[in-house]
Design a protein around this ligand. Sequence first.
Ligand code: CTP
Ligand code: CA
Length: 228
Amino acid sequence: WVDQHFDRPLLGKKIMITAGGTKEAIDPVRYIGNHSSGKMGLALAKRAAQMGAQVALVYGNISVPVPKNSQISLYPVGDAAEMLAQVESLFPDSDALIMAAAVGDWRVKEKADHKLKKQPGVDELTLHFVKNPDILKTVAAQKDRQVVIGFAAETNDLLANAERKLREKGADFIVANDVSGDAFGGDYDQVTILEKEQDPVTWPRMTKDQVAKKLLTLLANRLEKPVR
Ligand code: CTP
Ligand code: CA
Protein backbone atom coordinates (compact mmCIF):
# COMPACT_ATOMS: atom_id res chain seq x y z
CA TRP A 1 0.00 0.00 0.00
CA VAL A 2 2.81 2.35 0.91
CA ASP A 3 4.46 1.91 -2.50
CA GLN A 4 1.21 2.40 -4.35
CA HIS A 5 0.45 5.50 -2.37
CA PHE A 6 3.89 6.88 -3.12
CA ASP A 7 3.38 6.42 -6.88
CA ARG A 8 -0.23 7.47 -6.97
CA PRO A 9 -0.79 10.00 -4.19
CA LEU A 10 -4.18 11.06 -5.64
CA LEU A 11 -5.65 7.54 -5.68
CA GLY A 12 -9.36 7.64 -4.82
CA LYS A 13 -9.57 11.44 -5.18
CA LYS A 14 -11.94 13.24 -7.53
CA ILE A 15 -10.34 16.27 -9.08
CA MET A 16 -12.19 18.74 -11.31
CA ILE A 17 -10.01 20.75 -13.67
CA THR A 18 -11.15 23.55 -15.98
CA ALA A 19 -9.14 24.40 -19.08
CA GLY A 20 -9.11 26.66 -22.13
CA GLY A 21 -10.95 29.84 -22.95
CA THR A 22 -14.67 30.54 -23.05
CA LYS A 23 -16.43 31.75 -26.19
CA GLU A 24 -18.92 34.55 -25.65
CA ALA A 25 -21.33 34.78 -28.59
CA ILE A 26 -21.92 38.04 -30.45
CA ASP A 27 -24.32 36.50 -32.97
CA PRO A 28 -24.83 32.92 -34.27
CA VAL A 29 -21.54 32.96 -36.19
CA ARG A 30 -19.20 35.14 -34.11
CA TYR A 31 -17.75 35.21 -30.63
CA ILE A 32 -15.34 37.02 -28.32
CA GLY A 33 -12.56 34.75 -27.06
CA ASN A 34 -9.01 34.79 -25.75
CA HIS A 35 -5.61 33.27 -26.51
CA SER A 36 -5.72 30.52 -23.88
CA SER A 37 -4.35 27.26 -25.35
CA GLY A 38 -5.63 24.99 -22.60
CA LYS A 39 -2.14 23.46 -22.23
CA MET A 40 -1.86 24.03 -18.48
CA GLY A 41 -5.28 22.54 -17.75
CA LEU A 42 -4.65 19.52 -19.95
CA ALA A 43 -1.20 18.96 -18.42
CA LEU A 44 -2.90 19.01 -15.01
CA ALA A 45 -5.59 16.56 -16.12
CA LYS A 46 -3.09 14.04 -17.53
CA ARG A 47 -0.79 14.27 -14.52
CA ALA A 48 -3.67 14.00 -12.04
CA ALA A 49 -4.88 10.83 -13.80
CA GLN A 50 -1.34 9.43 -13.72
CA MET A 51 -1.21 10.16 -10.00
CA GLY A 52 -4.34 8.08 -9.50
CA ALA A 53 -7.16 10.66 -9.51
CA GLN A 54 -10.54 10.44 -11.20
CA VAL A 55 -10.53 13.62 -13.27
CA ALA A 56 -13.46 15.70 -14.52
CA LEU A 57 -12.10 17.95 -17.27
CA VAL A 58 -14.39 20.91 -18.03
CA TYR A 59 -12.98 22.62 -21.09
CA GLY A 60 -13.77 25.49 -23.41
CA ASN A 61 -11.86 26.52 -26.51
CA ILE A 62 -8.50 24.72 -26.61
CA SER A 63 -5.79 24.46 -29.26
CA VAL A 64 -4.37 21.07 -28.22
CA PRO A 65 -6.08 17.64 -28.46
CA VAL A 66 -8.12 16.44 -25.47
CA PRO A 67 -6.66 13.43 -23.68
CA LYS A 68 -8.21 9.99 -24.24
CA ASN A 69 -8.02 8.32 -20.86
CA SER A 70 -10.58 6.22 -19.01
CA GLN A 71 -9.75 8.15 -15.82
CA ILE A 72 -10.59 11.51 -17.40
CA SER A 73 -14.27 12.39 -18.00
CA LEU A 74 -14.76 15.13 -20.59
CA TYR A 75 -17.22 18.01 -20.24
CA PRO A 76 -16.99 20.43 -23.18
CA VAL A 77 -18.58 23.86 -22.64
CA GLY A 78 -19.02 27.05 -24.65
CA ASP A 79 -19.45 30.24 -22.69
CA ALA A 80 -18.81 31.22 -19.07
CA ALA A 81 -22.45 30.62 -18.05
CA GLU A 82 -22.22 27.04 -19.32
CA MET A 83 -18.89 26.53 -17.58
CA LEU A 84 -20.38 27.80 -14.31
CA ALA A 85 -23.37 25.44 -14.58
CA GLN A 86 -21.10 22.45 -15.30
CA VAL A 87 -18.65 23.29 -12.51
CA GLU A 88 -21.46 23.86 -9.99
CA SER A 89 -23.05 20.51 -10.84
CA LEU A 90 -19.78 18.55 -10.44
CA PHE A 91 -18.48 20.43 -7.39
CA PRO A 92 -20.34 18.66 -4.56
CA ASP A 93 -18.88 15.31 -5.67
CA SER A 94 -15.32 16.67 -6.10
CA ASP A 95 -12.44 16.68 -3.61
CA ALA A 96 -10.70 19.54 -5.36
CA LEU A 97 -11.22 22.12 -8.10
CA ILE A 98 -8.40 23.60 -10.17
CA MET A 99 -9.57 26.59 -12.23
CA ALA A 100 -6.99 26.76 -15.02
CA ALA A 101 -9.57 28.04 -17.54
CA ALA A 102 -9.35 31.55 -18.97
CA VAL A 103 -12.95 32.55 -18.31
CA GLY A 104 -14.21 35.50 -20.36
CA ASP A 105 -14.76 38.39 -17.96
CA TRP A 106 -17.48 39.92 -20.13
CA ARG A 107 -20.30 38.77 -22.38
CA VAL A 108 -22.20 40.70 -25.01
CA LYS A 109 -25.22 42.32 -23.37
CA GLU A 110 -27.65 41.62 -26.17
CA LYS A 111 -26.49 38.88 -28.48
CA ALA A 112 -28.12 38.98 -31.91
CA ASP A 113 -30.24 35.96 -32.90
CA HIS A 114 -29.29 36.52 -36.55
CA LYS A 115 -25.98 37.22 -38.25
CA LEU A 116 -25.08 40.90 -37.93
CA LYS A 117 -24.89 42.40 -41.43
CA LYS A 118 -22.85 45.33 -42.61
CA GLN A 119 -24.94 48.33 -43.59
CA PRO A 120 -24.05 50.76 -46.40
CA GLY A 121 -22.55 53.93 -44.92
CA VAL A 122 -22.08 52.45 -41.41
CA ASP A 123 -18.36 52.36 -40.56
CA GLU A 124 -18.43 51.74 -36.81
CA LEU A 125 -19.89 49.09 -34.54
CA THR A 126 -20.44 49.38 -30.80
CA LEU A 127 -20.97 46.33 -28.60
CA HIS A 128 -22.11 46.56 -24.98
CA PHE A 129 -20.79 44.07 -22.45
CA VAL A 130 -21.95 42.88 -19.04
CA LYS A 131 -19.78 41.17 -16.45
CA ASN A 132 -19.75 37.38 -16.27
CA PRO A 133 -20.16 35.58 -12.94
CA ASP A 134 -16.90 34.66 -11.19
CA ILE A 135 -16.95 30.85 -11.27
CA LEU A 136 -14.11 30.39 -8.78
CA LYS A 137 -15.61 32.79 -6.26
CA THR A 138 -19.11 31.35 -6.65
CA VAL A 139 -18.10 27.74 -6.00
CA ALA A 140 -15.46 28.55 -3.35
CA ALA A 141 -18.38 29.94 -1.33
CA GLN A 142 -20.05 26.49 -1.57
CA LYS A 143 -16.96 24.66 -0.28
CA ASP A 144 -17.22 21.95 2.37
CA ARG A 145 -14.22 19.62 2.14
CA GLN A 146 -12.98 20.78 -1.26
CA VAL A 147 -9.58 22.32 -1.88
CA VAL A 148 -9.92 25.13 -4.43
CA ILE A 149 -7.02 26.33 -6.55
CA GLY A 150 -7.13 29.34 -8.86
CA PHE A 151 -4.71 30.91 -11.28
CA ALA A 152 -3.88 34.58 -11.65
CA ALA A 153 -2.67 35.71 -15.03
CA GLU A 154 -0.91 39.05 -14.67
CA THR A 155 1.24 41.27 -16.84
CA ASN A 156 2.17 43.64 -13.99
CA ASP A 157 2.09 43.91 -10.17
CA LEU A 158 1.98 40.10 -10.03
CA LEU A 159 2.09 39.62 -6.26
CA ALA A 160 -0.26 42.44 -5.25
CA ASN A 161 -2.88 41.36 -7.79
CA ALA A 162 -2.54 37.67 -6.94
CA GLU A 163 -2.81 38.35 -3.20
CA ARG A 164 -6.00 40.30 -3.79
CA LYS A 165 -7.42 37.38 -5.81
CA LEU A 166 -6.50 34.90 -3.06
CA ARG A 167 -8.36 37.05 -0.53
CA GLU A 168 -11.38 38.05 -2.58
CA LYS A 169 -12.12 34.72 -4.28
CA GLY A 170 -11.84 32.49 -1.21
CA ALA A 171 -9.38 30.09 -2.89
CA ASP A 172 -6.99 27.92 -0.87
CA PHE A 173 -4.16 28.52 -3.34
CA ILE A 174 -3.52 30.94 -6.16
CA VAL A 175 -0.97 30.09 -8.82
CA ALA A 176 0.30 33.46 -9.98
CA ASN A 177 1.48 33.45 -13.52
CA ASP A 178 3.47 36.17 -15.26
CA VAL A 179 1.94 36.31 -18.74
CA SER A 180 3.96 39.27 -19.97
CA GLY A 181 6.32 36.75 -21.66
CA ASP A 182 5.48 33.46 -23.34
CA ALA A 183 3.00 31.81 -20.94
CA PHE A 184 0.01 32.03 -23.29
CA GLY A 185 0.40 29.17 -25.73
CA GLY A 186 3.96 28.39 -24.63
CA ASP A 187 5.24 25.22 -22.97
CA TYR A 188 6.97 26.96 -20.05
CA ASP A 189 5.72 28.78 -16.99
CA GLN A 190 7.17 30.80 -14.16
CA VAL A 191 4.77 30.75 -11.24
CA THR A 192 4.48 31.90 -7.65
CA ILE A 193 2.30 29.91 -5.24
CA LEU A 194 0.21 31.91 -2.80
CA GLU A 195 -1.50 30.37 0.19
CA LYS A 196 -3.40 31.98 3.05
CA GLU A 197 -1.13 33.01 5.91
CA GLN A 198 1.96 31.71 4.13
CA ASP A 199 4.75 33.55 2.41
CA PRO A 200 4.53 33.33 -1.39
CA VAL A 201 6.84 30.72 -2.91
CA THR A 202 8.31 31.32 -6.36
CA TRP A 203 9.14 28.24 -8.40
CA PRO A 204 11.88 28.29 -11.03
CA ARG A 205 10.90 28.50 -14.70
CA MET A 206 9.86 25.00 -15.77
CA THR A 207 7.59 23.23 -18.24
CA LYS A 208 3.83 23.32 -17.74
CA ASP A 209 3.96 19.58 -17.10
CA GLN A 210 6.49 20.10 -14.31
CA VAL A 211 4.32 22.85 -12.80
CA ALA A 212 1.36 20.46 -13.01
CA LYS A 213 3.25 17.70 -11.22
CA LYS A 214 4.52 19.97 -8.45
CA LEU A 215 1.11 21.58 -7.96
CA LEU A 216 -0.66 18.21 -7.78
CA THR A 217 1.88 16.98 -5.24
CA LEU A 218 1.10 20.06 -3.15
CA LEU A 219 -2.62 19.28 -3.53
CA ALA A 220 -2.13 15.61 -2.60
CA ASN A 221 -0.37 16.66 0.63
CA ARG A 222 -3.17 19.08 1.43
CA LEU A 223 -5.84 16.44 0.79
CA GLU A 224 -4.04 14.13 3.26
CA LYS A 225 -4.78 16.48 6.12
CA PRO A 226 -8.02 15.90 8.01
CA VAL A 227 -10.96 18.26 7.44
CA ARG A 228 -10.08 21.73 8.66
N1 CTP B 1 -12.14 33.08 -12.97
C1 CTP B 1 -13.41 32.53 -12.82
N2 CTP B 1 -14.49 33.19 -13.33
C2 CTP B 1 -14.34 34.36 -13.97
C3 CTP B 1 -13.05 34.93 -14.13
C4 CTP B 1 -11.97 34.25 -13.61
O1 CTP B 1 -13.53 31.48 -12.21
N3 CTP B 1 -15.43 34.96 -14.46
C5 CTP B 1 -10.99 32.36 -12.38
C6 CTP B 1 -9.93 31.93 -13.37
O2 CTP B 1 -10.18 30.65 -13.89
C7 CTP B 1 -8.67 31.96 -12.51
C8 CTP B 1 -8.95 33.08 -11.51
O3 CTP B 1 -10.36 33.24 -11.48
O4 CTP B 1 -8.49 30.75 -11.81
C9 CTP B 1 -8.30 34.38 -11.84
O5 CTP B 1 -8.58 34.75 -13.15
P1 CTP B 1 -8.00 36.12 -13.71
O6 CTP B 1 -8.51 36.36 -15.09
O7 CTP B 1 -6.53 36.17 -13.47
O8 CTP B 1 -8.63 37.17 -12.68
P2 CTP B 1 -9.98 38.00 -12.69
O9 CTP B 1 -10.60 37.81 -11.35
O10 CTP B 1 -10.82 37.70 -13.88
O11 CTP B 1 -9.46 39.50 -12.74
P3 CTP B 1 -8.74 40.31 -13.97
O12 CTP B 1 -8.91 39.51 -15.24
O13 CTP B 1 -9.40 41.61 -13.98
O14 CTP B 1 -7.27 40.37 -13.57
CA1 CA C 1 -10.08 37.71 -16.02
